[in-house]
Design a protein around this ligand. Structure first.
Ligand SMILES: Cc1cc2nc3c(=O)[nH]c(=O)nc-3n(C[C@H](O)[C@H](O)[C@H](O)COP(=O)(O)O)c2cc1C
Length: 224
C-alpha cells in the first residue's frame, strides 16, 4: 500500500488518557491505518454459520456466514449477518426457515466452494458435491456430510444501523433452533465432544482459519 494511502488512513489522536506509544488507536469510520483491517482478526476466530435454505419454489441454497453466533439458550436462538442482500437472506425472507450445518476440518474446502458468488438458481449442494438430507420440521435440507445440523425457524430479521441511526445494508437473521441432529460419534458418554468434532473457525485476512482440538481445551469454573 502506498505511503500516501496510509497517510489518508492515518489514525486520529488518541483520546485523553490514551497511551500513544503502546496502542494503535483509531476511529473505524476514519480508517484503520493498517495494511489490513484488523476487526475480523480480533473478533475471531468465529464459528461459521453454514446455512442451507430454499427459495419459495424449492431451489436449494447453501452458503457460509462467519458473522454467526448463538444468542439464547432456552429456546436456542442462532443468528447470522448478511452483509448485503444475498440469496440466503432472500430465501429466509420468503420462507421463514433455514438450517445451520457444522463446518468441520474435513469439510473446510467444500464449505469454501459454497461461498461462490453464483446466481440464485445455482444449487451449492450440487456445486460442491454435497448430499441434501431431509430435515424433520423445516423444508430446507441439512448437509448429510456434516455431523451436526440445527433446523431453524426465523424469529426476527433486523436491518442494522450505525450509531448515527443511519441504516446499513446488513441484515441480522435470527432463528429459533427447533430441531437438532448430532452424529452419535460426537457423543462421548452422552456429552457432546467439541474437541474431537474438528470444528473450524474463521479468523482475519483473506484466508485465516483455525480448528480446535483437545490441546486448546482448558477448564475454568465460575466463582461461587
Ligand atoms: C468462511 C466464510 C464466511 C463468510 N461470512 C459471511 C458473513 O458473515 N456475511 C456475509 O454476508 N457473507 C459472508 N461470506 C460470503 C458469503 O458466503 C458469499 O457472499 C456467498 O456467495 C453468499 O451466498 P448466498 O448469496 O447464496 O447467500 C462468507 C464466506 C466465507 C467463505
Amino acid at each position: 500500500m502506498p505511503v500516501w494511502c496510509l497517510r489518508m488512513n492515518a489514525p486520529t489522536p488518541s483520546p485523553a488518557g490514551g497511551d500513544d506509544a503502546r496502542f494503535h488507536s483509531y476511529q473505524p469510520r476514519q480508517g484503520h491505518g493498517l495494511p489490513h483491517d484488523p476487526f475480523n482478526a480480533i473478533v475471531g476466530p468465529r464459528p461459521i454459520g453454514w446455512i442451507s435454505t430454499q427459495n419459495a419454489a424449492g431451489a436449494l441454497n447453501l452458503a457460509p456466514y462467519s458473522f454467526f453466533n448463538a444468542f439464547n439458550y432456552v429456546p436456542p436462538i442462532v443468528g447470522f449477518a448478511s452483509i448485503g442482500a444475498k440469496d440466503t437472506l432472500a430465501n429466509v425472507q420468503a420462507t421463514g426457515e433455514f438450517v445451520w450445518n457444522l463446518a468441520t476440518r474435513d469439510l473446510a474446502e467444500t464449505m469454501n466452494q459454497t461461498c461462490a458468488a453464483v446466481p440464485p438458481e445455482v444449487d451449492e449442494f450440487t456445486l460442491a458435491g454435497l448430499t441434501p438430507l431431509a430435515s424433520s420440521l423445516v423444508a430446507p435440507p441439512r448437509v448429510a456430510e456434516s455431523p451436526v445440523g440445527f433446523e431453524c425457524r426465523c424469529t426476527q430479521i433486523l436491518q442494522l444501523q450505525g450509531a448515527d441511526g443511519v441504516q446499513v445494508p446488513t441484515w441480522l437473521v435470527l432463528g429459533e433452533v427447533v430441531a437438532i441432529h448430532i452424529d452419535r460419534a460426537q457423543l462421548k458418554d452422552g456429552i457432546y465432544d467439541t474437541a474431537s468434532a474438528g470444528h473450524i473457525l474463521r479468523a482475519g485476512g483473506p484466508a485465516d482459519y483455525f480448528t480446535v482440538g483437545p490441546e486448546q481445551l482448558f477448564k475454568m469454573y465460575r466463582p461461587r
